[in-house]
Design a protein around this ligand. Structure first.
Ligand SMILES: [Zn+2]
Length: 95
């Protein structure tokens, strides 16, 4: 995969063989107002966003499709735990 010069946001690294499998589930409407504090590049079909709200955080995964986007979210965790998962996601240690 090529990285375009225009890309300003990070891309997730190639997944590692012993990666942690995250649990992805249907979004909770109650967290719709969470603040997006980090995101991966939109040039890829799958975009990840780190969302924070009231001391907690989760990761939103959007698969961009032609007709309709598919959105899932990770479980809600304390911000520092969610940031550690985010780092793992970017580096290919979690997905
Ligand atoms: Zn990109």
């Amino acid at each position: 995969m090529t990285v375009l010069d225009e890309c300003l946001s990070p891309h997730v690294a190639r997944i590692q063989r012993d990666h942690v499998r995250l649990e992805w589930r249907t979004p909770y409407p109650v967290l719709a107002r969470a603040r997006v504090v980090a995101w991966t590049c939109f040039c890829r079909a799958t975009v990840y966003e780190l969302c924070e709200s009231a001391g907690q955080a989760f990761i939103r995964r959007t698969i961009q499709r032609d007709r309709r986007h598919e959105v899932h979210e990770s479980s809600i965790r304390p911000i520092n735990e969610a940031r550690a998962i985010w780092t793992g996601l970017l580096s290919g240690r979690a997905r």
